[in-house]
Design a binder for this molecule. Structure first.
Ligand SMILES: Nc1ncnc2c1ncn2[C@@H]1O[C@H](COP(=O)(O)OP(=O)(O)OP(=O)(O)O)[C@@H](O)[C@H]1O
Ligand code: SF4
Length: 297
């Protein structure tokens, strides 16, 4: 750290207004899908919004696949790694993930803590994020090496840091979500709130929400823990179709992947008009209003 308290991370992230860490107690509750929806909704919230999404789920990176960016190379510039832009030349939605660094998309990452820590430091200090309104960070489930590294490296920019906990309504997920909340308290990470995912089922024909399993558990957990509740998301088949369509982008044999109009562009164009975006609307409103409160603090 320099005399002024600056670090390579704080210098690199100096033009980012809000950094939001998305976590979950349990795996498979939809944390990465929610991270993508937060990024897409913030991107769509204003024609000038600049958003970054950093995937630190190092052993199970799924953000590039969900954004239709699988297979895109990351370029090195004299000023560090250039992120992959989901919106091409507009450069308002930047993405970085270990998946971009793997030779093959089914290669596995088997790293111990120190190597993960070094990778996360590099993502924060060596990626040319530039000016962003929001940097969304998708993390692995639970509270692991990745979370501890993130919190440590981000400590110089703590005043711009906040978190969101994603859970499903089932008791076992809620118990793990509460452990995650307890971790955020231990490391003094202020929470924007809790999102309850897969809460009921949205009928693809009429949009009616049916409560096939339990619902409301996330909200009552938030109440009990005195944490803001950001909203519920139903099991949403349109979202799955949308993200799966993006994931299925195949590179045409005769074109370099940078020249292919990848599914990411189409996803961005389509997302705003989907019922998934409408379902996410109240949540992104709550996030924006909580973030404006953070700035005022
Ligand atoms: N609201 C939803 N409606 C329907 N399917 C969903 C919803 N949220 C997530 N899914 C699906 O559930 C699966 C798991 O989601 P996702 O990968 O986002 O979970 P995760 O919590 O990030 O998982 P991991 O533990 O692997 O990090 C994906 O196939 C995703 O498309
Ligand atoms: S919610 Fe309505 S449209 Fe959907 S399956 Fe049931 S009856 Fe049909």
């Amino acid at each position: 750290m320099s005399a002024q308290g600056e670090t390579p991370v704080s210098r690199r992230l100096s033009k980012i207004k809000h950094i939001v860490i998305i976590c979950s107690g349990k795996g498979g509750v939809g944390k990465s899908s929610v991270s993508v929806q937060v990024a897409l909704s913030l991107y769509a919230s204003s024609p000038n919004a600049r958003v970054g999404i950093l995937d630190v789920d190092l052993t199970g990176p799924s953000i590039p696949r969900m954004l239709g960016l699988d297979g895109h190379p990351v370029h090195q510039s004299t000023d560090g790694w250039v992120p992959v832009y989901a919106d091409g030349g507009e450069a308002r939605l930047a993405c970085m993930s270990v998946a971009f660094l793997l030779k093959r998309k089914d290669d596995s990452v088997i790293w111990r803590g120190p190597k993960k820590n070094a990778m996360i430091r590099q993502f924060l200090s060596d990626v040319r994020w530039g000016e962003l309104d929001y940097l969304i960070i998708d993390t692995p489930p639970g509270t692991s090496d990745e979370h501890i590294s993130l919190i440590e490296h981000l400590s110089p920019v703590h005043s711009r840091l906040s978190g969101i906990v994603v859970t499903t309504p089932q008791a076992v997920a809620l118990l793990d979500a509460m452990k995650c909340v307890s971790f955020t308290r231990t490391v003094s990470l202020p929470l924007l709130g809790v999102i309850e995912n897969m809460s009921g089922y949205a009928c693809p024909c009429c949009g009616e929400i049916s409560n096939v399993f339990s619902t409301g558990g996330g909200e009552s957990m938030a109440k009990r823990g005195s944490i803001p509740f950001l909203g519920t998301l139903p099991i949403d088949t349109e979202l799955v179709t949308l993200l799966d369509a993006a994931a299925e982008t195949e590179q045409e044999d005769d074109k370099p992947i940078e020249d292919v109009e990848h599914e990411g562009f189409r996803l961005l164009r389509r997302y705003k008009a989907t019922s998934s975006a409408k379902l996410f609307g109240p949540i992104v409103e709550n996030i924006l209003s909580r973030l404006s409160g953070f700035t005022a603090q």
